[in-house]
Design a protein around this ligand. Structure first.
Ligand SMILES: [Zn+2]
Length: 77
């Protein structure tokens, strides 16, 4: 006999730590990834997609957003 008892003790709680920290500094519409900005990059974050601008800081023109993995490579370690 298979007696599979699933204990219903675990409540699925969506972790929303990011929102909590964002709310503290809601004066800016744009968000900048600090570790990427430290590396001299624009580091503007496109919030809807979560991508980060890989171009140098104060670059002319529009941002070139890259995925998280590329952004990690740009970040100062
Ligand atoms: Zn940019």
């Amino acid at each position: 006999m298979n007696s599979q008892e699933h204990s219903a003790s675990g409540n699925p709680q969506p972790t929303s730590r990011e929102e909590a920290t964002e709310a503290l500094s809601s004066t800016h519409v744009t968000h900048v990834r600090e570790d990427v900005a430290m590396a001299g990059r624009c580091a503007n974050v496109h919030l809807p997609t979560g991508r980060t601008c890989s171009l140098p800081v104060r670059h002319p023109g529009s941002c070139n957003f890259v995925g998280p993995e590329d952004a990690n490579n740009l970040a100062a370690h």
